[in-house]
Design a protein around this ligand. Sequence first.
Ligand SMILES: Cc1cc2nc3c(=O)[nH]c(=O)nc-3n(C[C@H](O)[C@H](O)[C@H](O)COP(=O)(O)OP(=O)(O)OC[C@H]3O[C@@H](n4cnc5c(N)ncnc54)[C@H](O)[C@@H]3O)c2cc1C
Length: 364
Amino acid sequence: MKSTTSALPVDVAVIGAGPAGATAAAALAGAGLKVALLHRDGPRAGAAEETLVPAARRVLERSGALECVEQLGFHGRARHASVWSEPVLRVRDERDDERGFQVERRTFDAALRARATRAGAQLVEVGQVTIDERGREVRVRTAEDRELVVAACAVIVATGRATPDSLARLATVVELPATLALSTTLSLQHELAHTNVIEAVREGWWWWLPLADGRVELTLFCDREEERSVGREALWSAALRGAVGPAREVQARPERGTLATARLRASSAPILVCGDASCALDPLSSQGLETALASAQHAAHCARSVVEGRSELAFAALERRAWDARLWHAHRRQTTEFLRSEGRFADAPFWRARQALGLTPSSD
Ligand SMILES: Cc1cc2nc3c(=O)[nH]c(=O)nc-3n(C[C@H](O)[C@H](O)[C@H](O)COP(=O)(O)OP(=O)(O)OC[C@H]3O[C@@H](n4cnc5c(N)ncnc54)[C@H](O)[C@@H]3O)c2cc1C
């Protein structure tokens, strides 16, 4: 069958319709700009449900996502527990204003996308995409094997943590030690079936996350190098045995593994990169989504200033990168401080690598 090429001229092309892309597209379309939101469904790097800290309310409000979160009833758990710095499970009940949010990602992402299309963004289902080096044209291969050339004043890339460097000429600026998230989903009766628990163990830290459907997602965040040398099952079993919290009673094996390394990347082209594609935080912070929404708003602000002739694209891309770099360094300090507050396992590979951060100039 012969393939055909068509053209779609817009003000801004947004690639990736996760939280960052949908938020940027909604902001731009809401301001009256012509926006193409290029969407491709696929496996995600994160968790089925993700938590946001109470302070994220401001970002949710500013980005317009609070409405979706509240309508969908995504409130955080009323009870949290931790085992950190001493082998004791400490449970605390949160006041309503301390509960934060826990969002089911498929529903949340779909609600943000619907919001973007209601604001006027044109959603296009795509297969493969490439961006020209001027950052003004996206070549799209659609599912029907058509070629579409989206010509724009600015391109926003919001394709998440797994974005290949080649898509937006990305290079890693700085990253924390390679971290792997090993997960399994449990169906069980448990007294902590409604409590979020984090627990530090020698091999890393456990995240016990009760889901809305009554199951529990159990994730071990561990050191990638240690997992390679010890073996996945052996590392997981040792971490279960070392737990004093609910993970101790679990017998399941890890069902899936995904990279969760915190990393800052920058593009050498005049492309506005936002969300996890440029600044992927350590999941320990529970600030990935919040940051993705805030950086998307900033990307939209940069794109708008280009479309309205108030800024050059190259300058706007520099401004975008500088914003991410500031946020990254603040996040890195905060995460390192928290990791250092766990003093029991200083000789274990996971903790040694992370607690040394910032102690030598080269680790920054
Ligand atoms: C294990 C784990 C647990 C986490 N837990 C939390 C948590 O509890 N709280 C929290 O705040 N954050 C958490 N995060 C981080 C959170 O998942 C991310 O910060 C967030 O998803 C970033 O949003 P994004 O829109 O940048 O990227 P994504 O959510 O990854 O969205 C990217 C979108 O782009 C699409 N896409 C990819 N390639 C293309 C392409 N070529 N063309 C078109 N579309 C494309 C994808 O299908 C997807 O829809 C966690 C991360 C991990 C790894």
